[in-house]
Write a protein that binds this ligand. Structure first.
Ligand code: XMP
Length: 616
């Protein structure tokens, strides 16, 4: 058995914060989109799982009870890659290879993998042996396939335990060594009984089911106390789920005298957000969160600015300046203080890190004292081993309200991103032409292009183009089709909207408008109506994020327009627009129009790509 190389597109995790006394399953990440999903599923089965690189040293795999080799985009024959540590296969623990991991096992153990036999979608797998990993399953199970290569010949000692019509080696087993391989993905929900298969694997590994939030709390308690010693912890608290849970946890562990929090009110937060944080802390009897209102400084620095990137830069710099000033006033001695951060597990791994975390962190980390503490390694990250769903569970366990724990992600620069600005000077719009107009008409829609531009994304390239509006008919299936048609056909169109109110499409022109308190207040009210609406309709856990945006488009030089942007997404890298029933939307739209000062309410019907989630 030799070594083999793989693409090196992830980085190692941060230092292992948890006292790792628990039975652990290690997920070896070959760059597949599902590596985090595998680890998360194992944890839902109450066994601790960690993600590691293919070249990980065996000595690093403390308390290993089993190893899962993930899927990945490469073929076992690809040469452009770093090393897989084949010593992992010599460890005396059960191994499960999934998709690429399955092919790798076959390849390394003397079988043959064939390139280029693609299969994608659901398949019925006939189970040959309903024991071990297929215990408690039916004779035939629905499984999810997504692979380019496939196994052609098994190595010695392996036997087939499941096959589909197109894939004879869908599941294999080396009985003497407890090595299993699945060509399909048990970790995705399309594999109906994937969780049973993974639970069976955990039984084969003899894993104790000890990963629970209660156990986590007791172990993190000791770890934090040990790390902090007799020092104290300072934290910038944004009001988002992660930093609020981390702050509350640190308070519970260390006591309020040894923790200090600071929240900077930029003026770009949601309605009542600062009051809610204050109330939350009051109800937890915590008096150590300082909330400072710096909204005047932010608005002053953004006067007359309209370019999205410039706005972001100014907000970032202003944040650093005001936080630095506030920290100097607090006179924290770096010899006595550590920095608390709400970093969560996917943020510590490059391949899973979100833009959210990265952006917020750059702002926080550039504040002088924060940068100093980070550089000296004086950072406490009590959530660094947790996934988002676990952070939420922990939040509930700590007594935080459901509403806070299930908050949608909200960008650091907040409503400032969602307030589009303009000098009022219109640019020439590329006409969409007669053919497109008549195509839309044939389908019952009028179409117009709006004289404003917003950011979009195609591949890795960002676009800055105009939105088109479809009006006159309410039919989600048709609207989706027309949206794709318009953005595919016209490069000058990167988003498509549909008109919700008024009933006739108004004639709109661009107006001069920047970031001002009155515009932010109007958006804040509209956003609040939207947030309450999705909460009442129980849509807040189906829809992942729902930005409300204000556009400087007007019929009379005064009023403005609102856009609703509800999306369903798993990772925020791609997203689908959500389809809220039109009857509900008419009630919502009326409430927004009743605020006054609004010309029209639009609904964004663009997937990502070609649109982005946020408008800027
Ligand atoms: P886009 O608009 O790129 O957004 O599709 C993807 C995710 O990133 C969030 N986002 C931000 N988060 N600061 C943040 O903290 C930002 O400047 C920022 N811009 C976008 C966005 O809300 C979505 O969840």
């Amino acid at each position: 058995m030799g070594t083999i190389s793989f693409s090196h597109n992830q980085t190692v995790t941060t230092k292992n914060f948890m006292v790792c006394f628990m039975d652990t399953i290690y997920v070896i990440d070959f760059g597949g989109q599902y590596a985090h999903l595998i680890a998360n599923r194992i944890r839902r089965l109450n066994v601790y799982a960690q993600i590691k690189h293919p070249d990980v040293d065996v000595a690093e795999l403390e308390n290993a009870r089993g190893i899962i080799l993930s899927g990945g985009p490469k073929s076992v024959y690809d040469k452009d890659c770093p090393v897989f540590n084949a010593d992992l296969l010599k460890m005396n623990v059960p191994i499960l290879g999934l998709c690429f991991g399955h092919q790798l096992l076959v390849h390394l153990m003397g079988g043959i993998v064939e390139q280029g036999f693609k299969e994608y979608g659901s398949a019925h797998m006939r189970i040959r042996s309903k024991e071990d990993i297929f215990k408690n399953l039916a004779d035939s199970e629905l499984v999810w396939m997504s692979h380019g290569d496939s196994v052609k010949k098994l190595p010695d000692h392996f036997k087939i335990i499941g096959s589909t019509e197109d894939c004879p080696f869908a599941a294999i087993h080396y009985p003497g060594r407890d090595i299993f391989g699945f060509q399909f993905h048990p970790e995705v929900s399309h594999t109906t009984h994937g969780m049973t298969m993974l639970a069976n694997f955990l039984d084969i590994c003899s894993c104790r089911r000890s990963w629970t939030i209660k156990n986590f709390i007791s172990s993190i308690n000791d770890t934090v106390k040990e790390q902090v010693g007799d020092r104290k912890v300072f934290m910038l608290v944004s009001g988002g789920v992660d930093s609020t849970v981390a702050f509350t946890l640190l308070n519970q562990i260390l006591g309020e005298d040894r923790v200090q929090g600071l929240t900077i009110d930029t003026g770009f937060c949601r309605k009542e957000e600062m009051a809610e944080i204050r109330e939350l802390m009051r109800s937890h009897k915590l008096h150590n969160l300082l909330i400072q209102d710096h909204s005047d400084t932010f608005l002053q620095n953004l006067k007359g600015v309209f370019e999205p990137e410039k706005k972001r830069k100014i907000i970032g710099k202003t944040f650093i300046d005001v936080a630095d000033k506030a920290l100097r006033q607090l006179k924290l001695n770096p010899n006595e203080w550590l920095l608390g951060q709400g970093t969560i597990y996917p943020d510590t791994i490059e391949s899973g890190g979100t833009k959210n975390a990265a952006v917020i962190k750059t702002h926080h980390n550039r504040v002088d004292i924060v940068a100093d503490l980070v550089a000296r390694g004086l950072v406490v990250e009590p959530l660094a081993q947790l996934y988002k769903d676990e952070v939420r569970e922990l939040g509930i366990e700590l007594g935080l309200p459901e509403r806070m724990v299930w908050r949608h992600p909200f960008p650091g620069p907040g409503l400032a991103v969602r307030t589009l600005c303009s000098t009022g000077e219109e640019e020439e719009i590329v006409p969409i032409g007669y053919q497109t107009k008549s195509f839309c008409q044939e389908h019952g829609f009028g179409v117009a292009v709006l004289p404003i531009r917003s950011v979009g994304v195609q591949g890795d390239v960002r676009s800055y183009a105009h939105p088109a509006v479809l009006y006159g008919k309410q039919d989600w299936t048709l609207l989706e089709k027309m949206s794709t048609y318009l953005t595919n056909k016209h490069q000058s169109v990167n988003r498509v909207l549909t008109l919700l109110a008024p009933s006739e499409m108004p004639s709109l022109r661009l107006k001069k408008a920047f970031l001002t308190r009155d515009r932010l207040d109007l958006l804040r009210e509209a956003d609040d109506i939207v947030m309450r609406f999705i909460e009442q309709k129980n849509l807040d856990r189906i829809i992942w994020q729902m930005p409300t945006v204000i556009l400087p488009l007007t019929s009379d030089g005064k009023k403005e327009c609102i856009v609703l942007r509800p999306v369903i997404t798993r990772d925020f890298m791609t997203a689908r627009f959500a389809e809220i029933p039109f009857s509900d939307l008419s009630v919502l739209t009326q409430k927004i129009m009743d605020l006054g000062g609004i010309d029209a309410v639009f609904y964004d019907i663009t997937h990502k790509p070609p649109g982005t989630i946020e408008w800027e």
